[in-house]
Design a protein around this ligand. Sequence first.
Ligand SMILES: Cc1cc2nc3c(=O)[nH]c(=O)nc-3n(C[C@H](O)[C@H](O)[C@H](O)COP(=O)(O)OP(=O)(O)OC[C@H]3O[C@@H](n4cnc5c(N)ncnc54)[C@H](O)[C@@H]3O)c2cc1C
Length: 551
Amino acid sequence: MADCDVIIVGAGLAGLVAATELADAGRRVIVLDQEPRQNLGGQAFWSLGGLFLVDSPEQRRLGVRDSHDLAWQDWQGTAGFDRPEDSWPRRWAEAYVAFAAGEKRSWLRAMGHRIFPIVGWAERGGSDAMGHGNSVPRFHLTWGTGPGLLEPFVRRALEAEKRGLIAFRFRHRVDSLTTQGGAVIGIEGAILEASDMPRGESTSRIETGRFALTAEAVIVASGGIGGNHELVRKNWPDRLGPPPSFMVSGVPEHVDGRMLGIAETAGGRIINPDRMWHYVEGLRNWNPIWPNHGIRILPGPSSLWFDAEGRRLPPHLYPGADTLAQLAHIGRTGHDYSWFVLNQSIIRKEFALSGSEQNPDLTGKSWRMTARRAVGRNAPAPVEAFKAHGADFVVRDTLEALVDGMNALTGQGLIRLDALRAQIEAHDREMDNPYAKDAQVVAIHNSRRYLGDRLVRTAKPHKILDPAHGPLIAVRLNILTRKTLGGLETDLDARVMGNDGLIVPSLYAVGEAAGFGGGGMHGYRALEGTFLGGCLFSGRTAGRAITEALG
Ligand SMILES: Cc1cc2nc3c(=O)[nH]c(=O)nc-3n(C[C@H](O)[C@H](O)[C@H](O)COP(=O)(O)OP(=O)(O)OC[C@H]3O[C@@H](n4cnc5c(N)ncnc54)[C@H](O)[C@@H]3O)c2cc1C
């Protein structure tokens, strides 16, 4: 007799959603994780809790007219599905957009999930209506950020643990899947020494024993590869330029991708490994939690963007427009970094930092603290802390001093004062009218027509060199690893497919390990807020499909 009905490898969001669905149906589940209990929830804890929703009451209140058809048009233009192996990913994408336009919000709301009323506008694109990007704002912030999104699933899982339906095995690292006649019947692995390291910090890999367990079904919910730079470089596609020699890590070390290889050895098929979602606005964290910890700036549209040699990035590569086009452009400049040049008025309104710990007001659900964002000359405290302590910030009163600081920071002396001044002054001359030729300035005016941006995300158009808006700020931007868009190929029941095109019996995959569904429901690019949502949707799908299959 098996040790339980279902084994889940990974106690991140996707694993927890699957576990709670199964426990609700009365199934006995064992959830294993290589990390200690204090790490429950995995990456989602650190996340901003941003969710892609379509035609929500929050959008409507702000005058945004969205629809399933518009969202699906945007998704297809963004994904660019073009491979035979996009068959399941495309079907997952269709199902996911329907979920985001349908049940997603009410399902979460019934569990107590709440949304911050101002909807963000991520990945705005800038090519044409059928190209990349969100035509409208769709990035809904969870009130309480990542921990707020996790809360109902953690609560339900702990209740099920008390009822004896879910058993957690922390510090259990799965090393192989056990198979019999091609079907997966269990797992084997190492018990790691107990750890009291705080959440997110690296833990030891010292083994104290071995274990083996069996079940009717095994779900791989082990996350992606973003913490393993060797794997990231190995999978780096030519279309993004050469693999960067320096990157910061946007995810903890446990996002090691190891389990993907293990599932492959057991017969699972990995597709689209070259599709990844890494950011170009990474900061070296002055107060790191995990090794090489990087923080992503979620930028508003007004900072001027220059490559390492001081050349402005071309249209439409403006802050917040098209992450992978920016990555590909920067990759071909021969340098691993680029620069934002801005001033205090812009940083105050337009810099947000991704991560629950960087947004204590939203994470702590404090309206009083959140309201402080709207007043005074200072940016939110975590942003000001980066300005003061961050290794990538140069803050000066004059452009001469700023350029000296930029050149001193890199030690490369690549920025020329006269060339930088000419480009910024040209931009500033476009600011005298409410219309302009410069496409970035046009985009800024467009942003301000959206109430949410005007209120909290887009500074009033002004000249960057105007001392009244100073001091001037330059930010060195590093490449930051984050999400894995490809993964284990799965059918619409989250069953893992094998290389022969047939399912691997009793093996399922969810969340980032499954490319958020299908082995890559995003295709090449993402509309944002779709990763946590992909974990919710695929975890729920697997839980329900297994319940049905076990009868
Ligand atoms: C700072 C930050 C901000 C983000 N913001 C957003 C956002 O606003 N919106 C959005 O949509 N997405 C966001 N994301 C992405 C999102 O959080 C992740 O993609 C998602 O949480 C992944 O969940 P998962 O359950 O698939 O994997 P994970 O959270 O990585 O969990 C996998 C678990 O599996 C365990 N594991 C791995 N291998 C083994 C093994 N062999 N044996 C045992 N255990 C194993 C790991 O220890 C880990 O606990 C953000 C991510 C970060 C880090």
